[in-house]
Design a protein around this ligand. Structure first.
Ligand SMILES: Nc1ncnc2c1ncn2[C@@H]1O[C@H](COP(=O)(O)OP(=O)(O)O)[C@@H](O)[C@H]1O
Ligand SMILES: [Mg+2]
Length: 543
């Protein structure tokens, strides 16, 4: 940076006044230099604390200086860049883009923003550069400064936001279309009803029946679109949970192919729920239809319901869950299962893997909308090739004090430091279960896969009193692990936990291994403690 210097005084004797003026000037200059140094160090502190990287370029695109601590936002190490030109490191096009912008800014003296994507040392990033002129005190500008910021995350959020907005506008559009379709379908339905009363040939009757079935399907779809588009609202009345399950099972049994065996399982007297009966039927019927579609060659469809107190631990494992008494409805199929990459999308509106005409992709999204509007939440568990379990949790309409009785039954004596080995590949579950069990007086070892579990067990087989293992874990599956454990110690106590509502597919193997206590995931505190308490009873002998 230049400083204006006063013309050098001629060498001639100077007066006292002139001398003192000169001294004053020197003091002023020192002060100025001091100020400059201070402001420079302030600037340096500022630069090193910022998220951006700052570059100084001349008009040829030479890297003059680079500041900032985010070295990995540079395309190459700092030392390699300094003194070189942009064109030495980047393709002609990128270099041209920057060079043009640099020259434009130096001419116009106006700051410009440039958004671009580039491979830097951190990887492929979306970046934003703000190019500002560095104007000298003499008014010339042959340098610019570029502040570069990583906007990759911001771009991702923007894309998500845009997607959400698009979905919302599709919803609005869809509800308009749905209303129109309703008006088109109503006369078709009425017309076919009138025609059916006429004396027609059997063939004509069949055609009319088909028209009616199709129009009814259309109405169904329209109803789903509307539920999705406007969110669910409806009459809330007390509903017996058991009759909900029985009604839906009846529909499924009566309409699905005979190759699909429909079963129901209803536990203890179920707590009442409050809701819109039509909507909740719709949710469960949709789940059953999905289950049917997943079992083209037939299979087992199981409908279950049970009381389910959601505690703090459980709520922390499940997004959208609030602690309190719930009734859990379960729809399990033995069908194709859902590949992991689809799992996170299935609740998106219009996501479908079915052929055109067979799926709308609205079943689960509208279902989730209904469940949420009832204050509930949903979960899904699926294994490719084995089947899926969808769970719908709805808040029970009983007071907390009514469930205390339920909980009181489930108060188990504190453990006396028994050593447990927990095996699960889901870290969150391990952590929570460990905290919970240690708080209850157990000592806990954890393993993320079978190999780790076996290594721990080999070392401490005598101390470990019980192994609680998930049935689908990496390296070898849970069944193989249990088999190996039994070989190492014949009377080892084991609890198998599985994410499936039904343990059918493992039941034979578990029987052979005499592993009876099974824990369905996700489990709450009481269930876990109860299972452990029972399995550790001295009278209860496994194998
Ligand atoms: N029980 C299930 N088994 C396998 N896949 C399922 C199951 N339930 C839902 N899916 C998947 O989720 C997608 C979305 O389901 P849904 O919202 O009901 O729409 P649709 O049934 O019209 O396709 C389905 O296309 C399918 O890929
Ligand atoms: Mg569906």
């Amino acid at each position: 940076m230049h400083t204006l210097s006063s013309p050098r005084p001629k060498a001639r004797p100077i007066s006292r006044r002139a001398a003192s003026a000169l001294i004053d000037a020197t003091v002023v200059q020192r002060q100025a230099e001091e100020n400059l140094r201070e402001s420079e160090s302030r600037l340096r502190a500022l630069v090193s604390s910022m998220e951006d990287v700052a570059f100084e370029f001349d008009l040829e695109g030479t890297y003059i200086a680079i500041w900032g601590t985010k070295e990995n936002l540079l395309s190459h190490p700092r030392a390699e860049l300094i003194g070189q030109k942009i064109s030495d490191f980047h393709s002609g096009e990128v270099a041209k883009l920057f060079l043009q912008a640099i020259r434009r800014v130096s001419r116009s003296r106006k700051t410009e923003t440039l958004s671009y994507a580039m491979n830097v040392q951190q990887g492929h990033r979306d970046l934003q550069g703000r190019i500002s002129p560095i104007v000298q005190t003499n008014g010339t500008c042959d340098r610019v400064c570029i502040l570069v910021r990583d906007i990759t995350e911001q771009k991702k959020l923007e894309a998500q936001f845009l997607r959400a907005q698009r979905v919302e506008s599709i919803g609005t559009l869809a509800s308009g279309v749905a209303h129109d379709l309703n008006n088109i379908l109503s006369p078709i339905l009425m017309g076919s009803a009138i025609l059916q009363r006429r004396d027609l040939s059997a063939a004509d009757q069949r055609i009319i029946a088909t028209i009616e079935t199709c129009a009814n399907r259309g109405t169904d779809i329209v109803r789903q679109v509307l539920t999705f588009a406007r969110g669910a609202e409806g009459d809330r009345i007390p509903l017996p949970a058991a009759s909900l399950i029985n009604d839906v099972a009846k529909i499924a049994d009566g309409t699905f192919s005979k190759k699909i065996l429909v079963r129901t399982r209803l536990g203890e007297p179920l707590w009442p729920i409050v809701g819109d009966s039509t909507q909740l039927h719709q949710v469960l019927v949709n789940l059953c239809v999905n289950a049917r579609d997943a079992m083209p060659a037939g299979g087992i469809l199981t409908l279950e319901a049970e009381n389910f107190p959601v505690d703090e631990h459980y709520a922390s494992m499940m997004p959208g869950a609030k602690p309190g008494p719930h009734v859990c409805f379960e729809v399990t199929d033995s069908g194709t299962g859902i590949p992991p990459q689809h799992l996170e999308k299935i609740f998106d509106p219009f996501f479908t893997t079915k052929e055109v005409g067979h799926g709308t992709g609205l079943g689960l999204s509208s279902g989730l909308g209904i469940v949420k509007s009832h204050g509930g939440f949903m979960s899904v568990y699926s294994e490719v090739g084995r089947g899926s379990t969808f769970r719908v949790y709805l808040p029970a309409s009983i007071s907390e004090s009514d469930t205390v009785k339920e909980n009181a039954d489930a108060v188990f004596p504190r453990a006396k430091g028994e050593l447990l080995l927990l095996v699960d590949d889901e870290k969150a579950i391990l952590e929570i279960a460990q905290t919970l069990l240690e708080a209850h007086g157990y000592r806990v070892l954890v393993a993320g896969d079978a190999a780790e579990a076996l290594a721990l067990f080999a070392k401490r087989a005598d101390e470990i009193q019980l192994v609680l293992t998930d049935l689908s874990i990496p390296v070898m599956d849970g069944i193989a692990l249990i088999r190996t454990l039994k070989k190492m110690k014949a009377d080892v106590r084991v609890i198998a936990s599985t994410g499936r509502g039904a343990q059918e597919q493992h039941s034979r193997e578990l029987d052979e291994l005499s592993v009876h206590p099974c824990l369905t995931k996700p489990y709450n505190k009481n269930r876990l403690l109860k299972a452990l308490h029972e399995a550790l009873q001295p009278t209860r002998k496994q194998s």
